[in-house]
Design a protein. Structure first.
Lengths: 166, 428
């Protein structure tokens, strides 16, 4: 897998993706609308600043609570290249893998808004060169890497319909 | 070194071929039953269509439950319901329609799960099935597409926290008060990625309704599963619902736990979580005098028969405080009928409460009927209290047991149920 390079957009702890990146409380609104307003409650102007290929760096329990998969679909629409967080809500983490969006769990202390970040998924390494900051993340197990490499679980199952290879 | 296994490790091993997995391993395991509710069905059906597989043999082992948008508040939700009915009809899936009840109540009641099962549902509170010694866990639409086409799904085998509940709960104190205590100690998501095993004399003494609360509310701790061992009560309950033959799974005495916690249930007092954090927990006596405007009893956490019996024991022949609005939503049609038969709905209605058709009703404002005024305070038997959950950022949501909610509705202020007549009710 290629390394991911991107600009950091920082979010805090316990960011609820149902509230901040889904139409759960915006009935009838489509993904494009929600993408334009994502995370504004917790980071005013977030969606306007965010450019495709940028990286979200968040505190603990990112995607906590009901964790609608729609949040990950919307982040794909926004062009989120990866999410780095202190920790993820369980179901949110599952959704990122199932949708081929790299999510990396590591210590985020010292990483700031606007930093240029590099993520090596295979090695489990997160680097902010300008700050001489290198963090190790748990490497993903092969079965999960396979799903991520295929671009998500649907694409993986289209290639492996009986799931025997996993 | 030989090391014993937890319930979670054993259930996942029994659903996987090859070497028995340990915590931390990734497995592709056979699933016994799946659940899709209406808040996630549109996405699940979209993912099934995207996968493009026409033959879905697992549909017969999947329940579609119309519980969140019950009744549907807009055209989008009503159309989702239509799509769910059509899909269930076309693929021979199980259907629970509007008013039948909450997914986590109708699955066990319908006999769809048994001890030793692996169950997935599109809801974080799918951990409820652990009350029946089944590994139940929350998934999303893509996962459902995978299960429907292959009968299998990937899982990371979780580490387990063992919680020994010693003694037994005193009258007026409920499983809700145990989980709130746990939330105060571990914090929300304090058990993230991990399974919980609840054991001990206090669990054995609990009726099934309270055990379901115990397993259910583990979702707020971030638990991937919450598992209880089966006993005679479990087996008899499942048998009465015509469930498949139970395969009870017990933990080995030398099982490898990531953490062990002991709680003496006999000294616990009723607890409440303060607005807006589910882990900001204090004893109910510390909240005494806090005024309430709205009292809600229901949800998959505390909308069962024993909760309604407890509320009726407190409110029968009395009136809720002037100016308080109270809603009671039974967890299922069966619970509704049982409560009607016992005269509980009549007692609650006389007391000033409004009883609603079974469903997720009182939990989250997606039907549009819970909206609170600015500055209003809600006391609820639900499971989550984050800002805006009931439709107004400027109102407060406090969380407690059904007993605490009923006692608070009676006085108009947060009240220890043990201080009011009937507040010490307990199933015989």
């Amino acid at each position: 897998m290629k390394n991911i390079h991107g600009r950091v957009h920082l979010l805090g702890d316990n960011v609820n993706t149902d509230l901040n990146c889904s139409s759960k409380y915006l009935p009838g609104r489509d993904n494009a609308y929600v993408a334009q307003h994502a995370y504004e409650r917790v980071a005013p102007g977030f969606a306007a600043r965010f450019k495709a290929g940028d990286v979200i760096v968040a505190g603990s329990n990112f995607g906590v609570n009901s964790s609608r998969e729609q949040a990950v679909h919307i982040m794909r629409t926004m062009g989120v290249a990866a999410i780095v967080a202190q920790s993820f809500g369980r179901l949110f983490f599952r959704n990122t893998i199932n949708n081929g969006l790299p999510a990396v769990e590591c210590d985020i202390a010292g990483i700031a808004d606007g930093d240029d970040i590099e993520i090596d998924l295979a090695a489990g390494r997160v680097t902010v060169a300008a700050r001489k900051l290198v963090r190790t993340a748990a490497a993903l197990p092969p079965a999960v890497q396979q799903i991520l490499a295929a671009g998500g679980l649907i694409a993986f199952l289209q290639q492996h319909p009986d799931w025997q290879s996993a | 070194m030989k090391m014993g296994r937890t319930i979670a490790e054993k259930i996942l091993a029994a659903h996987t071929d090859g070497e028995a997995p340990r915590a931390g391993d990734i497995v592709v395991a056979r699933v016994d039953f799946a659940m899709v509710h209406d808040a996630r069905a549109a996405n699940a059906l979209k993912m099934i269509a995207r996968l493009g597989v026409k033959d879905l043999p697992f549909a017969a082992k999947t329940a579609f439950v119309l519980d969140h948008y019950s009744p549907p508040p807009n055209i989008e939700a009503a159309n989702t319901h239509g799509a769910m009915r059509a899909f269930a009809g076309a693929h021979d899936a199980v259907l629970y329609d509007v008013g039948d009840g909450i997914c986590h109540q109708v699955l066990p009641e319908g006999g769809h799960l048994t001890c030793g099962d692996l169950i997935v549902g599109t809801d974080t509170h799918s951990v409820t099935y652990g009350a029946f010694n089944a590994f139940g866990t929350g998934v999303e639409g893509t996962d459902i597409a995978a299960v429907m086409s292959t009968g299998k799904l990937w899982f990371r085998v979780p580490e387990t926290i063992h919680i020994e509940l010693k003694g037994r709960l005193q009258p007026g104190v409920w499983a809700k008060d145990i989980t709130l205590t746990m939330l105060g100690r571990l914090g929300a998501e304090g058990a993230n990625y991990r399974a919980l095993e609840y054991a001990g004399t206090a669990v054995s003494a609990m009726e099934i309704d309270d055990r379901m609360t115990l397993a259910n509310h583990a979702a707020e701790l971030g638990a991937k599963a919450a598992l209880l061992e089966a006993d005679d009560k479990t087996i008899a309950w499942l048998k009465s619902r015509h469930a498949r033959a139970p395969r009870p799974i017990t933990a080995d005495a030398d099982a490898n736990y990531s953490e062990r916690i002991e709680i003496d249930a006999s000294v616990l007092a009723p607890q409440v979580a303060r607005s807006h954090l589910i882990d900001d927990v204090i004893g109910v006596t510390e909240a005494r005098g806090q005024k309430v405007n709205v009292a809600l009893i229901g949800t998959c956490t505390n909308g069962r028969l024993d909760d309604i019996r407890q509320a009726a024991a407190i409110l029968k022949g009395r009136r809720i405080a002037k100016g308080v609005r109270m809603i009671v939503t039974p967890a299922s049609r069966r619970v509704y009928l049982d409560a009607a038969r016992e005269g509980l709905l009549e007692a609650l209605t006389h007391a000033g409460a409004s009883v609603e058709a079974a469903g997720c009703g009182t939990c989250v404002n997606i039907t549009g009927h819970l909206i609170t005024g600015d500055g209003e305070v809600v006391i609820s038997s639900a499971n989550r209290n984050f800002k805006g959950r009931l439709g107004n950022d400027n109102s407060e949501i406090w969380i407690g047991s059904a007993a605490t909610v009923a006692a608070s509705a009676l006085t108009g202020t947060i009240t220890d149920p043990r201080d009011v007549a009937g507040g010490k009710w307990r199933a015989a």
